[in-house]
Design a protein around this ligand. Structure first.
Ligand code: GRF
Length: 194
């Protein structure tokens, strides 16, 4: 069976990246072949080094107004991109190189609480401020707008009156770690039937 190398794009701690790397460690087809980040000091880079996964650090100018590093991704044989806390918008040249092959996880029930600036604690603060009774995660295809592409998966969790943005973040992170790896596997294998 042909190998299916995937790249994870992340800007932060990388807890999702860590779970994804572990999930695919012994997978017969899919493997995490590259960690891509815009921050050389991000926690995800430490995780990549520890897991011996190659790292590509992006420069803003080339990513947004150049070739978006498509040549490097193609040269590395990358077949699929996973955004796990990547804060830059994906440029059209990269979306065209990987049509329907870039997915993102968002820590809320899109289409609500999405869009520019809605990431991390900002999302949970808005959900709590609006006294929502539930929140959750959304995994979606990436298109040229923030948090906008076709929704692939959602999982809900209750928001209790005593919840704070911090306690909600813990519940959401648990959902992400539980569901994102298997949804990646499902999506990649659906596109590459054996
Ligand atoms: C997660 O909350 C995810 O939903 C969002 O960015 C965060 C990544 O967290 N897209 P981590 O760096 O994987 O811990």
């Amino acid at each position: 069976m042909p190998m299916l190398p995937i790249a994870i794009f992340a800007s932060g701690k990388g807890s999702n990246a860590e779970k994804i790397i572990s999930y695919f460690r012994h997978h017969p087809q899919i493997r995490v072949s590259l960690i891509v980040s815009n921050k050389s000091d991000a926690g995800v880079v430490d995780i990549a080094n520890r897991e011996k996964v190659p790292v590509l650090i992006l420069k803003k100018e080339r990513f947004h107004r150049g070739d978006a590093y498509v040549p490097e991704l193609i040269a590395a044989g990358i077949q699929f991109l996973v955004l796990a806390g990547f804060l830059w918008k994906i440029p059209a040249v990269l979306i065209r190189a990987y049509p329907e092959k870039i997915i993102n996880i968002h820590p809320a029930l899109l289409p609500k609480y999405g869009g520019k600036g809605m990431y991390g604690h900002h999302v949970h603060e808005a959900v709590i401020a609006n006294q929502e009774t539930e929140s959750g995660i959304t995994i979606h295809v990436v298109d040229e707008l923030y948090d906008h592409g076709r929704i692939l998966f959602q999982q809900r969790c209750p928001v209790q009156p005593e919840d704070t943005p911090a306690t909600l973040a813990v519940k959401i992170t648990e959902l992400e770690h539980r569901y994102f790896p298997e949804q990646i596997e499902k999506t990649v294998l659906l596109q590459n039937p054996r």
